[in-house]
Design a protein around this ligand. Structure first.
Ligand code: B12
Length: 285
C-alpha cells in the first residue's frame, strides 16, 4: 500500500515530464473552506491530489499524440482526452484502492461543478486563489463565514454577502470597505501560480478514497500578488479582458504558452479540429 509521500513521488515522476504538476491535500482542508453544497463526501483525512497543466504540457504531451487522437475520431475535446489518458495510465497499477477522478469540466445533475478546482489548488498550496475578498486588506485570511461565496447553503446565487465587517485599512491607506466594482457586479476569482502566473490550467482532482493520512503536511500557496492595487488590476483583467491574456502576466513568469498553444486555445472549439489537422500535416512534412 502506498503512503501519501510515495504516492506524490509516483504521480510527479510520471506527470512532471508531461508538463503536469500534482499537489496533495486532505478532504478536510477543502471541506472546511467551501459551502455545504460543495463538500466532498469523504472522511476528513482522505488524500486528494489536484493536477495542473503548465505551459510545457502542450508540446510535451499533447502535440506528440495529436495524430493518434485524430485517428480515434472521438467526440471528446482532444485536450481533455489527452489528460484523461495520462491520468488513467498514471494511476493504473497503483496499490491504493478506489480512485475517484473528477475533471474541471464535470457538472453534477444539479448543474454545480463536481469540484471547485481553484479552491483545491489553493488549499493544496499549488496556486493562490485571489478573490474579491482579498481586496479587503493585503494577505487577508479568508474563512467561510466572512467570504462572499456565490451560492448559499441551498445552492442559490448570493451576491450580497461580500461585506467584511472588519474596518481594516489597505496598505495604500484607502478603506478596506471600498470595493471598486460596487455591490452588484459579479467578480470571478483567479488562481495565480508562482512560476507561471496565469499560464496554466487546473484540470482534475483525484480522490484516493481508501488512503488516509492525518499528518499530511500543509503547503501554503505562494502569495505573489501582494498589493491591493495589483489585486484589483488582476481581477479587472481576468473579468474584463481575459481573452487578451494580460491577467496571466501579472507577475514575472518563467515560461508561458507558445504561440501555437495560444493560437490553439484562442481558436473556437468548433474550429480546433481543423487547426489540429493542419498541425499534423505540418508535423509530417
Ligand atoms: C463555471 C465556470 C465558469 C463560468 C462562471 C465562472 C465562475 N467562476 O463562477 C464562466 C463561463 C463565466 C467561466 C468563464 C471563464 N473561465 Co471558468 N470555470 C468555471 C468552472 C467550471 C466552475 C466555477 C464555479 O462554478 N465556481 C463556483 C463558485 C461558487 O466558486 P467560487 O466562486 O470559487 O466560491 C468558492 C470559494 O470562494 C470557496 N471559498 C470560500 N472561502 C474561501 C477562502 C479561501 C482561502 C479559498 C481558497 C476558497 C474559499 O467557497 C466557495 C464555494 O462555497 C471552473 C472549473 C472548476 N470546476 O472549478 C472554471 C475555471 C474557474 N475557469 C477558468 C477560466 C480560465 C475561465 C475563462 C478565462 C475562460 C477560459 N476557460 O479560458 C473565463 C474567465 C471568466 C470571465 N472573465 O468571464 C479557470 C480559472 C483558472 C485560474 N487560473 O484560476 C478554471 C479553474 C478552469 C480551469 N480548468 O482552470 N468559467
Amino acid at each position: 500500500m502506498e503512503t501519501s509521500g510515495t504516492l506524490l513521488k509516483h504521480l510527479n515522476d510520471k506527470l512532471n515530464p508531461l508538463g503536469m504538476e500534482v499537489y496533495l491535500f486532505k478532504v478536510s482542508w477543502y471541506n472546511e473552506t467551501v459551502l455545504p453544497c460543495f463538500k466532498l463526501p469523504y472522511a476528513d483525512n482522505v488524500i486528494c491530489a489536484v493536477v495542473l497543466t503548465v505551459p510545457a504540457f502542450f508540446e510535451s504531451a499533447f502535440l506528440p499524440n495529436v495524430g493518434k487522437l485524430l485517428e480515434q475520431k472521438q467526440t471528446k475535446d482532444p485536450i481533455d482526452q489527452c489528460i484523461a489518458f495520462h491520468l488513467n495510465e498514471t494511476v493504473s497499477g497503483l496499490n491504493v484502492g478506489d480512485i475517484n477522478i473528477m475533471y474541471d469540466y464535470e457538472i453534477l445533475p444539479n448543474r454545480r461543478p463536481k469540484v471547485l478546482v481553484q479552491t483545491a489548488a489553493h488549499v493544496a498550496g499549488a496556486a493562490f486563489y485571489y478573490q474579491r475578498e482579498h481586496l479587503l486588506k493585503p494577505s487577508v485570511k479568508l474563512n467561510k463565514l466572512e467570504s462572499s461565496s456565490h451560492y448559499d447553503a441551498a445552492g442559490d446565487h448570493n451576491q450580497n454577502k461580500g461585506h467584511c465587517s472588519h474596518n481594516c485599512n489597505a496598505e495604500d491607506g484607502t478603506s478596506s470597505l471600498i470595493d471598486p466594482w460596487g455591490e452588484k457586479r459579479k467578480i470571478y476569482g483567479v488562481c495565480i501560480h508562482p512560476k507561471y502566473g496565469g499560464w496554466f490550467a487546473i484540470r482534475a482532482v483525484l480522490v484516493f478514497t481508501e488512503l488516509e493520512d492525518a499528518n499530511l503536511t500543509k503547503l501554503e500557496p505562494t502569495d505573489c500578488v501582494k498589493t491591493r492595487t495589483e489585486r484589483i488590476d488582476l481581477l479587472d483583467k481576468f473579468n474584463g479582458n481575459w481573452k487578451d491574456s494580460t491577467y496571466r502576466n501579472v507577475i514575472q513568469v518563467k515560461e508561458k504558452y507558445s504561440e501555437l498553444q495560444t493560437q490553439y486555445f484562442l481558436t473556437l472549439p468548433k474550429d480546433r479540429m481543423q487547426l489540429l489537422k493542419q498541425i499534423v500535416k505540418n508535423q509530417t512534412v
